[in-house]
Design a protein around this ligand. Structure first.
Ligand code: AN7
Length: 354
């Protein structure tokens, strides 16, 4: 029997992870995020699918990155490292900064100047990371981080660090533990392609361990003007309002293609307007506020469902990777502004139509 008190993903799934009793576990009790049945969304889409939403925005730094970061930082500490570094579209930097703070390590983050959302920037700054804004995009920042961490005694904590993938695969375990089976389809946004890689690894390992009998088809979604895997070429100047996945040369490109092909799934793209539509639907229909990139998976499911891609009653899990409060500017931009009235009862009541 597992300890009923939740102490994070390493504690819960250590037998599947490269840790020993000597590994100093750096945790903020990440994981154990809710898997929410999307009844209203299902009805809106014609009751053809069973859809569950894995709300990863409820992790300690409000994105899925914490699952991988607890592993990467714990192993860095075990190996005697004093500093970690990453390039980031925002969420990795927030998570790295928090876990480094937790164990007194230094953290350096390289972000594309002017291209990360305010919530994420504020997190990295508050947790005390050294924040460096690069006049370039994420891909250029990641190249710099690879070179610097090769030359200097700093541990790289982007998802090319294999411990990141190890931690993130626990999301698949949680889904299967709740459903007592694997879903038929696993829908997920794709940026640097670490998460689709991690989930596929997790499902395969759970099947190997006899915990599930079947594997899901992995269906990944890139933003239309940042879709290198779909286009089959590096995108030099990726663009999208979903800044988290504004990535033109994903580090785990090959692994994402393996996940797609081994699972008989697909990787497709969704436009910014499809992303915004799904972003608003999740909030309006289900009361679930995610950041734009997180809506890409749902936008993809909506798109494929219209085309008749899914057999009836398929069980679909969508990973909602980050919280909506990460990017409040976007939320305000796509919404009706508040109506301004004098501070008088009759004015408010009149406005409400009573
Ligand atoms: C909310 O933080 O790459 O395909 O530097 O923040 O594993 O890269 C973030 C990626 C999806 C894509 N949703 O995941 C970073 C970064 C959100 C994200 C992705 C990211 P990957």
């Amino acid at each position: 029997m597992n300890d009923p008190i939740w102490r994070g993903v390493i504690d819960r799934y250590k037998e599947y992870l490269p840790v020993t009793d000597k590994t100093p576990i750096v945790t903020l009790f990440e994981g154990n995020t809710p898997l929410i049945e999307a009844k209203n969304l299902m009805r809106e889409l014609g009751n053809n699918l069973r859809i569950y939403l894995k709300y990863e925005g409820l992790n300690p730094t409000s994105s899925f990155k914490d699952r991988g970061m607890t592993m990467a930082v714990s192993k860095a500490l075990e190996e005697g490292s004093r500093a970690v570094m990453c390039a980031s579209t925002g969420n990795t930097s927030a998570s790295a900064a928090a876990y480094a703070a937790r164990c007194g390590m230094q953290c350096v983050v390289l972000i594309p100047e002017g291209a990360i959302s305010l919530g994420k920037l504020s997190q990295a700054m508050m947790y005390g990371a050294r924040v460096v804004a690069v006049k370039g995009n994420f891909d250029q920042a990641l190249d710099l981080v690879r070179e610097i961490t090769d030359r200097y005694p700093i541990t790289l904590v982007n998802s090319i660090n294999p411990y990141r993938i190890e931690g993130q695969k626990t999301g698949a375990f949680e889904i299967c533990d709740v459903l007592s089976q694997a879903p038929d389809y696993h829908a997920i946004p794709v940026g640097n392609a670490g998460n689709i890689t991690a989930y596929w690894k997790g499902y395969k390992e759970y099947k190997q361990a006899g915990k599930i009998d079947t594997l899901p088809k992995m269906i990944g979604f890139q933003a239309a003007r940042s879709a290198p895997i779909v286009e089959g070429r590096v995108i030099e100047h990726p663009e999208t309002i979903a800044t988290a996945i504004r990535i033109g040369n994903p580090a785990s490109w090959k692994k994402a293609e393996e996940a797609r092909d081994e699972s008989d799934g697909l990787i497709d793209k969704v436009t910014d307007s499809e992303i915004i539509k799904a972003y608003k639907m999740l909030a309006h229909l289900e009361g679930i506020f995610v950041e734009p990139a997180s809506a890409a998976g749902v936008a993809g499911v909506i798109k494929l469902n219209k085309r008749g891609y899914f057999p009836k009653d398929s069980l679909v899990v969508c990973i909602l990777t980050g919280h909506g409060l990460k990017d409040p500017d976007r939320a305000v931009k796509v919404s009706e502004p508040p109506v301004v009235v004098p501070a008088r009862l009759e004015k408010v009541v009149e406005l409400l139509g009573y």
